[in-house]
Design a binder for this molecule. Structure first.
Ligand SMILES: C[S@@+](CC[C@H](N)C(=O)[O-])C[C@H]1O[C@@H](n2cnc3c(N)ncnc32)[C@H](O)[C@@H]1O
Length: 280
C-alpha cells in the first residue's frame, strides 16, 4: 500500500483504546468512547504526511518518541483545543485589579501562575492588568506561564500575534503594550509586559510542580473540562498546596468545583479562595 494525500484510514477498537489510554496517562485528557471518528478525522492528515499505513504504526511512532516526545505534543495539539483570547472571561481580570491587588498593596508583591496558558494571551492579559492596576507604583510582579504543549508555549514566549488576534483589544491598550511589526500585519508584546512573565513547560498531571514560592493566584481555565472528576480533584488539591493562605484559584466559566472534594471556598462564580484560617 502506498500512502497518498487521499488515503483513508480506519481504526480498530483496540487501536482506539491504546490512543485513549496514552492521552489519559500522559495529559489527563479523557477522550470519550464516542470520539473515534473525531480522532480519525483529526489525525488522518498527519498519518498521510508521515506516510504511515495504519493507526498502529502511528501509535508506535508516538510512543517510541523518536524526536523526544515531540510527536506526542503534535498529536495533543491536533486532538485538544488551544483556543484562547486576550482578556477572555474579563471578570477575572476585573477581580484581580479590584480585589486582589488592593489586598496585596501593603507588600506590593504578587505571584501568579497561568497554568494552561496556551499561546500566551492569558498571561499577557494578566500582565497588562497588573500594569494598569499598579499605575505609577512600583510592584514586584511575577507571572509563571506554563503549558504542556511546547508548540503553543514557543508561540507564547515569542509574544508575536497576528493583527486579527488583538483586534478585540482597545486601541489604548494595543498602542501602550504592543509594538507594531514592519509590515503592519503583526504585533509584539512590549518588554514592559513580557519581562514579568516566565514561560515553562509543566504537565499538570505531575503532582509536584517546579514552583518554590507560594502563589497569590492560579489561573487554570478551560483545561479541566477535558479531565475526569478524579483528575480534576487531584489537580485542584495540588493547586491548594501551592497557594498562599488567602490565595485564589480562577477556573473557566464552564467549569466548576461543585462536585469535587476540596477545601476551596467559592467567592464569586468560578473564583475560589484558600481561606487563611484553614490548616491544610
Ligand atoms: C483551551 S486552552 C486554554 C487556554 C487559556 N487558559 C484560556 O482559558 O484561554 C487549553 C490548554 O491546556 C493545555 N493542556 C492540556 N493538557 C494539559 C496538561 N496535562 N498540562 C498542562 N497543560 C495542558 C493545552 O495544551 C492547551 O493549550
Amino acid at each position: 500500500m502506498s500512502v497518498t494525500n487521499t488515503t483513508h484510514y480506519s481504526i480498530s477498537d483496540q487501536e482506539f483504546s491504546q490512543f485513549r489510554e496514552l492521552l489519559y496517562t500522559e495529559s489527563g485528557i479523557n477522550l470519550s468512547e464516542h470520539k473515534k471518528t473525531l480522532l480519525v478525522s483529526r489525525l488522518t492528515k498527519r498519518l498521510r504526511k508521515l506516510e504511515l499505513k495504519s493507526f498502529s504504526e502511528y501509535y508506535n511512532y508516538v510512543v517510541n518518541g523518536v524526536n523526544g516526545g515531540e510527536e506526542f505534543v503534535r498529536m495533543l495539539d491536533l486532538l485538544s483545543t488551544n483556543k484562547t483570547d486576550f482578556f477572555r472571561e474579563p471578570k477575572h481580570f476585573d477581580f484581580l485589579a479590584d480585589h486582589i491587588m488592593p489586598e496585596l498593596s501593603s507588600t506590593k508583591k504578587i505571584r501568579i501562575w497561568s497554568s494552561a496558558c496556551s499561546s500566551g494571551e492569558e498571561p499577557y492579559s494578566i500582565a497588562i492588568t497588573l500594569c494598569e492596576a499598579m499605575g505609577s507604583e512600583k510592584w514586584d510582579c511575577k507571572i509563571l506561564a506554563s503549558d504542556l504543549s511546547t508548540r503553543v508555549l514557543a508561540h507564547a514566549a515569542n509574544g508575536i500575534y497576528d493583527k486579527a488576534r488583538v483586534a478585540g483589544l482597545d486601541a489604548t491598550r494595543l498602542h501602550r503594550y504592543f509594538l507594531k511589526g514592519k509590515k503592519g500585519d503583526k504585533v509584539k508584546a512590549k518588554k514592559e509586559i513580557s519581562e514579568m512573565i516566565i514561560f515553562k513547560r509543566i504537565n499538570l498531571m505531575n503532582d509536584d510542580y517546579p514552583i518554590k514560592t507560594p502563589l497569590d493566584l492560579i489561573f487554570c481555565r478551560n483545561v479541566m473540562i477535558y479531565f475526569d472528576k478524579q483528575t480534576q480533584e487531584r489537580l485542584v488539591n495540588n493547586f491548594y498546596r501551592y497557594l498562599k493562605p488567602n490565595g485564589y484559584l480562577f477556573i473557566g466559566h464552564s467549569e466548576s468545583l461543585q462536585w469535587l472534594e476540596t477545601p476551596f471556598i467559592p467567592i464569586a462564580p468560578t473564583i475560589y479562595q484558600k481561606k487563611e484560617d484553614d490548616v491544610h
